[in-house]
Design a protein around this ligand. Sequence first.
Ligand SMILES: Cc1ncc(COP(=O)(O)O)c(C=O)c1O
Length: 430
Amino acid sequence: MTPARETYPQPLPQFLPFAPPLVGPEELREIASTLESGWLTLGPKTEAFEKAMAAYLGAPETLAVSSCTAALHLVLRALEIGPGDAVITTPLTFVSTAHAILYVGAYPLFVDIDSQLGNLSAAKVSAFLDKSARPGPDGRYVHRDSGKIIKAILPVHYGGFPLDSTAFRELALQRRLHILEDAAHALGAQRGNAKVGGQELLAPLGEGLHALSAFSFYATKNLTTAEGGLLAGSPEILQKTRVLSSYGISDSRRVWSRRHDPLGPPPPAWDYDVEALGFKNNFTDIQASMGLIQLKNFPLAQAKRERLAAIYERAFQSLGDLAILPQKEEDTIPSWHLYPLRLVPEKLALSRDALKEKLLDLNIGTSVMFRPVHTFSFYRDFLKIPLGTYPEAERFFETTLSLPLSPKHSESQIEEASHKIRALLLYYAR
Ligand SMILES: Cc1ncc(COP(=O)(O)O)c(C=O)c1O
């Protein structure tokens, strides 16, 4: 049933940004202490941050790098995925997920999203493999059209709504795939007792197959170090990735450990080896100082996100069938990175774009997450994928708007904004 029409809402007195970072004097003090220590780049604080993150996640090991994009790129290299190979991913993601596959010369194979949440499903990927691939000689699957060997699956925990990682692990084992989760949004997300990035989901699959998660600490993310990324996974593959993140130097931590461990063994020789064509993607101690404080305050920030999401949920109950609220799957804890509100176009005389504009007039900042990768001109030209190929992702994009959500916002700000959003939608109800 469609509820009664509302009067047009008045703007908020002040602009409500979409995702402002929550940082404060504690971060400032910790950054200042790093600056005063004289050691600015990769060093002891990075190591402390990696250990603290591994402890928080319950991960076998973690590796901090310059961004989530770099994490995805480097680990695909460490897994020796390259030209001749293909990686399955979702079209509903930030472009860097697909870019990382192309950086290593591999071919991205998109599978359409399945659920209301915007995630890939293991069932749909399995159906894709049955239809579009054939088993190759070593048990790997070969993509029929391109002849590429499908080596990995790169699903995204969209908005921080956790994927069914257990189902993906089973699929990966059956089909001989590495699993690399893009967990850019998903720090703090959980399915059952298993944290995204934790040991239960990242234990090696056996037969040389690995499972890894990649997080982002970009400015808008649930935990931020301004820029930054982190891999969680097995020590074996992370060590290879670590070398690739610092030019390919075998012992990239040697420089700071010599300086910072006065009680340790005598300084090693000046010489070092470069064992691979590595990159310059290391983390810095300035980022780590921010990260250590953000991690200490993370549980509080997450609890706030959950309360803010509950405010939206309550306010939007009365929208009836005008919009689809983000669904929390049973026995999961989303990280609430996003609050993606999905419009039902048949019920509203207002497009997603018009809603975005009108909310801006009401002083409410929003964001569109995401334009599907295959619709960008580069991907259109490069992969020649026509519009309409992934209808679920395309429809999700066309009808979804992510609402302001950050632990920096107060409950009353979100309460007030949610009433205005509701009033606007009711005003345009058909
Ligand atoms: C789903 C997803 N993957 C990857 C990234 C890339 O993260 P970073 O900016 O740390 O490289 C983002 C960034 O916004 C993202 O949203």
